[in-house]
Design a protein around this ligand. Sequence first.
Ligand code: ADP
Ligand code: MG
Length: 321
Amino acid sequence: MKKLFEIKNLSVHYPVVDGIMGNIKGYVYALNNVDLDIYENEILALVGESGSGKSTLGNSILKLINHTSGEVLFKGENILNKTKKELKGFRKHSQLIFQNPYMSLNPRMKIYYILREPFIIHGIKDKKEINERIKKILELTGLSEDVLNRYPHEFSGGQRQRIAIARAIILNPAFIVADEPVSALDVSIQAQIVNLLTDLKKHLNLTMLFISHDLSVVKYISDRIAVMYLGEIVETAPKEEFFTRHKHPYSQALLNSVPVIGGRRENQKELLSGDVPSPQNPPAGCKFHTRCPYAFDKCRNEHPDLCRLSDGHYVRCFLFA
Ligand code: ADP
Ligand code: MG
């Protein structure tokens, strides 16, 4: 498998600024020494509770925010030290789909102009080419041509997300970050959008980082899973392997918290009791030890590395080191 992205030792620490004087009084350690590869034509799901650093990772590999240290190689080249001008090609080939399509679609623009905008930004002026591409993309995303003359507010959440997806893929990107793209939608609509994304991946050779806190959606769409906790990857595995042989106590806890149709799970342990510690003041040792039912002395004092269990399956936990 060819690597599209190689994320190396990537950290993002947001400064916390004192209100009046503007002094830096601490940092939010949102992302800490993340090492992760993304392979061509896979859907990699990034899961974890709210605040674990998922969006920070998605945004930093698109270079939409400043990083603190580390590298992000896209096709072998570090995009994090490129200039705006040098990034133009990369921008064309990488796109972001947000949770809330209301925010990403300009309310004052008709859909035709929303879909045309990426071409204008990238200096493509051939009207015939643009219109043909728009027509094609409407077909691919299950929209009819009469959407073009309407405004974003005239559509339901699901339709709006289709339009946002159409806009994101209209220049044929190689890579998409989909950041909780179905979390704001009704459950009945979620499946349609997930199906659309899966189809598009197949037809367009897309590679996707699919961010979600919902493992039931991830089970459907992803090829591989990466689990984040307090700004660290704690487990990665191919999908089947993850759902049958996940190892990290936090993965276990996340899976236990997925609702089961028809009632409670048997032997359910209340694993995720307790709050997520503040990323401004993360625990020493293993970051999960404050909530882990299996924690022992070493976990409180030493920080575990990611260790390899089998092909593609890595876990950051002393139980398996
Ligand atoms: P997730 O997407 O998993 O919910 P985020 O990446 O949005 O997590 O956030 C990770 C942590 O960083 C959270 O504690 C969040 O409050 C903090 N954070 C996110 N963006 C900023 C910012 N611009 N400035 C300061 N803190 C931030
Ligand atoms: Mg987020």
